[in-house]
Design a binder for this molecule. Structure first.
Ligand SMILES: *[C@@H]1O[C@H](CO)[C@@H](O)[C@H](O)[C@H]1NC(C)=O
Ligand SMILES: *[C@@H]1O[C@H](CO)[C@@H](O)[C@H](O)[C@H]1NC(C)=O
Ligand SMILES: *[C@@H]1O[C@H](CO)[C@@H](O)[C@H](O)[C@H]1NC(C)=O
Ligand SMILES: *[C@@H]1O[C@H](CO)[C@@H](O)[C@H](O)[C@H]1NC(C)=O
Ligand SMILES: *[C@@H]1O[C@H](CO)[C@@H](O)[C@H](O)[C@H]1NC(C)=O
Ligand SMILES: CC(=O)N[C@H]1CO[C@H](CO)[C@@H](O)[C@@H]1O
Length: 805
């Protein structure tokens, strides 16, 4: 038989027994669920009053109605009802309050059927349970207090007291729990916001919810509630500093980062995105600084000049995505850099400066300015070396330029003054300025002659207007103060005005002769030349010009003896006893010229007896050549020529008459010697006069010498060795040194150097000497004697008066 057929037969059978048993009554057993297999529920035989031994005979067994599973079994030997299968109340009955499992006891022979009611009692074998492990909630942080959030209920398979009795929430700061029952009586919980959430403080809140049943022991189930706090834009950006203070050196390069400001916003997402911008900034500052709106970096975009603006104050705004803003202040202090060189400014300059300005005179006012500050702006200034100027600090940054020494335009007429100013920055900057200062002239220099004395030689008989020499005086002063004019100092030469001798060209200084000079008249003269500048008042200086006149052979020798007019009267007597070589006479001649021109030589040109007489070439002495014999003629005449040594030479001739006799009585033909009675008489007078003058002169000299001798120990005879020629015959220029070929001018100089002690004396002497006229021979000698007498002995030593012999 298959299962279906069996079931049908049992069902049919059971229906029949159900009816039977209904008549016999039920047996109820109550026991907790989940009893072990084999656990004894009760003794069915005893409860039904059946004989135990008959059970197995009568094939007693437990059946269920229909297909229901049979959870019990019967021990045939003891009659006990045992658990044959685990019985889960929740599985058999679910939420039913009473769980009854029905089965039947069937016995055969006779068929006997007993209904059994098995009442399964609940035990707390199920815990409350939530649907999910985690409950996720999203709550905005701006949710108000008291807001309720329903939660899913928990479930518990147990019933009655063993089902969920209460909920509990783990202690937390924000939420409390209230428990509600729904329409079906199920309990559920609601979260109530007790304290507002702050996302910025706590982004997530985790709660533990516990559901507990009422069984013993109690069972519970938990669930985690994860609450995500959702952001609200409840925070404005906040700067890290309310006030940023930075120092920025001036001239910072473009793009340099000044500072980086930063603000944070606690909000999330767009609400927390901060952008920066300048708050209410002027155009001007805008050009200098830029602000990166994303990074908050402030950069330099324009020229930063401390001297223009030393502090900048900027307001910076930070804004989040939703428009909340906050502000910070940025103060940029610009620090000085030594980028400005000092500036030198000449405020005033007194140029030109007069050269007579005293040291310390202010010639200009100068300012020094440096736009930098502190040490960078502290200026030191100085004037370059080697100019007589310095800077004297005055008020503030004003300086006076003053002279430090006396100025002289003639030495330096223009100054190139360099003023240098240096500041004390690091590195220092400096600048300099050139000032042109010129010095104004003062007529402070007289003209200066090249030489204090000039001399010029001019040959006598010069042409009129011939130039003698030129003088030059220089004057270093400026323009008319230095323009020199020459003039002759008014004076006299030999009683005549200087201007009648020479003239001077006022511009060139060339001196011209105005007349023809005569050496025999004067040998030299001296004039004073003036040089005057054209300043006001003018300054002048002087120099002496000595004009020496050079002799020319313009005078022929002049024979003094024998006189040219001499006749036989002037015959010389030669004693008969005269031996050879004895002097019988002498030709005396002078020459007004000097030097070579006056160097005379004597020659016999014609003689009546050629062998008897000779003449000393230089002395003019006529000597016998041999002893005079009886046979010689009594009368002789010699023609003597006297020649000077000039170029060309000039000559003069005379005739000498010689008579060989011991006395005049012997001369019978004396009367033959023709002569002019008148001239003879004149000659006689002349001789007498000369002799007397000479005698007077000699007496005078002797007196003077005696006086001298009394005063001095070593008197010196002045005319020592002079030939006994009448001194009145001395020619004007005849005073000469030994070796008389010297030129008169040199001669003259010699006198001066040996004889003079002062130049004044020299001047006076030479003037007198040189300008003495030729005629008064005696006077000349006298004055010469006076002069030398004044000079004293030693000068007289070198003085000789004589002629060549
Ligand atoms: C047994 O249980 C049934 C219902 O399940 C009830 O009607 C009957 O009265 C009970 N009998 C006894 C003796 O308790
Ligand atoms: C901006 O600043 C100027 C002066 O600096 C002021 O006059 C002006 O009112 C300010 N504007 C705002 C919007 O603050
Ligand atoms: C002054 O000196 C400066 C620099 O040394 C020079 O350039 C200038 O030519 C000078 N001026 C005169 C007038 O010397
Ligand atoms: C010449 O010097 C005078 C002062 O002695 C002065 O006043 C004048 O200006 C000077 N002349 C020139 C051209 O420098
Ligand atoms: C010539 O110059 C000197 C000084 O050099 C002076 O003493 C004298 O008076 C001047 N003479 C004349 C005439 O100017
Ligand atoms: C089939 C079965 O379980 N029989 C048991 C009945 O009870 C007696 C005594 O308790 C046991 O010995 C049997 O094994």
């Amino acid at each position: 038989m298959d299962i279906a057929t069996y079931s049908l037969s049992v069902l049919t059978l059971g229906f029949c027994s159900l009816v039977v048993h209904t008549a016999n009554g039920d047996v109820n057993y109550s026991f907790p669920e989940e009893m072990k297999r084999g656990s004894v529920i009760g003794n069915i035989a005893r409860d039904l009053g059946l004989d135990v031994s008959s059970l197995s005979v009568r094939k007693a067994r437990i059946d269920t109605e229909g297909n229901d599973k049979c959870y019990c079994d019967i021990n045939l030997t003891t009659g006990e009802l045992t658990i044959a299968e685990r019985m889960d109340r929740e599985g058999l009955c679910g939420k039913k309050a009473l769980c009854v499992v029905k089965c039947e006891l069937v016995m055969e022979n006779p068929l006997e059927l007993h209904r059994l009611n098995l009442l399964v009692e609940d035990i707390n074998d199920n815990s409350p349970q939530f649907k999910k492990d985690i409950i996720k909630l999203e709550i905005g942080e701006n949710a108000a207090k008291g807001t309720k959030f329903p939660l899913d209920e928990a479930t518990d398979a147990d019933v009655g007291q063993n089902s969920i009795q209460h909920y509990a929430l783990k202690e937390n700061g924000h939420f409390v729990l209230i428990v509600q029952s729904n329409a079906f009586g199920a309990k559920y919980a609601e979260l109530v916001l007790d304290k507002e959430l702050d996302r910025e403080q706590q982004q997530k809140v985790t709660l533990i919810l516990t559901a507990a049943d009422g069984g013993t022991p109690q069972r519970s189930g938990t669930v985690a509630i994860h609450i995500t706090v959702q952001d609200a834009n409840d925070n404005a950006p906040i700067f890290t500093q309310a006030l940023y203070e930075v120092r920025l050196p001036e001239n910072s390069p473009l793009g340099a980062v000044v500072v980086k400001v930063s603000a944070t916003d606690a909000d999330d997402g767009a609400n927390g995105e901060v952008t920066y911008e300048f708050g209410n900034i002027s155009e001007e500052k805008m050009k200098i600084f830029s602000l990166d709106c994303q990074t908050g970096e402030v950069r330099v975009t324009g020229p930063v000049d401390f001297e223009y603006e030393s502090t900048y104050e900027l307001r910076i705004q930070a804004k989040d995505g939703a428009g909340l803003t906050s502000y910070a202040t940025l103060i940029i202090e610009i620090t000085d850099v030594n980028d400005n060189a000092p500036v030198i400014d000449v405020k005033s300059l007194n140029s030109p400066v007069s050269e007579d300005a005293l040291p310390g005179k202010e010639v200009g006012i100068i300012t020094m300015q440096d736009r930098d500050s502190g040490n960078n702006g502290r200026v030191r200034c100085y004037v370059q070396q080697n100019v007589p100027f310095k800077l004297v600090p005055s008020i503030k940054n004003y300086y006076s330029l003053v002279t430090t020494a006396e100025l002289d335009r003639e030495v330096v007429s223009d100054y190139n003054i360099t003023i240098t100013a240096t500041d004390e920055g690091f590195p220092p900057l400096s600048s300099s300025k050139h000032i042109q200062l010129s010095i104004a002239d003062i007529n402070d220099n007289p003209p200066a002659f090249e030489k204090q004395s000039y001399s010029s030689r001019v040959t006598e008989n010069n042409k009129l207007g011939s130039s003698l020499c030129s003088v030059i005086a220089t004057d270093p002063d400026w323009r008319q103060n230095g323009t020199v004019f020459y003039s002759l100092s008014p004076g006299e030469v030999n009683g005549q005005p200087v201007s009648s001798f020479i003239s001077i060209n006022g511009d060139t200084g060339v001196i011209h002769a105005v007349r023809s000079f005569d050496y025999e008249q004067f040998k030299s003269f001296q004039v004073l030349i003036l040089a005057r500048d054209s300043g006001s008042p003018p300054l002048s200086s002087n120099a002496t010009v000595t004009v020496f006149i050079i002799d020319e052979n313009d005078n022929s020798p002049q024979i003094l003896y024998p006189s040219l007019e001499a006749n036989s009267y002037m015959t010389e007597m030669v004693p008969r006893a005269a031996h050879g070589g004895s002097v019988v006479s002498k030709v005396v001649a002078v020459d007004a010229d000097s030097g070579q021109n006056a160097w005379l030589s004597y020659h016999i040109v014609k003689a009546s007896d050629a062998g008897l007489f000779t003449i000393g070439v230089h002395s003019g002495e006529i000597r016998t050549q041999r002893d005079i014999s009886e046979s010689d003629n009594m009368r002789h005449n010699l023609v003597v020529s006297v020649r000077d040594n000039g170029q060309p030479s000039l000559t003069a001739t005379c005739t000498m008459y010689l008579l060989i006799a011991d006395n005049l009585a012997e001369v019978p033909e004396l009367k033959d010697i023709s002569y002019d009675k008148h001239s003879s008489r004149v000659t006689t007078y002349l001789i007498i006069a000369l002799v007397s003058v000479s005698t007077f002169f000699l007496t005078f000299i002797i007196v003077i010498l005696a006086v001298r001798f009394c005063r001095r120990r070593n008197p010196t005879l002045m005319f020592d060795g002079a030939v006994a020629i009448p001194s009145s015959y001395l020619p004007p220029n005849y005073a000469e040194m030994d070796g008389g070929t010297l030129h008169s001018a040199y001669n003259y100089d010699t006198y001066l150097t040996t004889g003079s002690r002062t130049s004044d004396f020299k001047f006076v002497t030479s003037y007198k000497d040189g300008t003495l006229p030729a005629e008064p021979y005696l006077k000349k000698v006298l004055s010469a004697g006076n002069v030398f007498g004044d000079l004293g002995g030693e000068s007289a030593d070198s003085f000789q008066v004589g002629y060549y012999s």
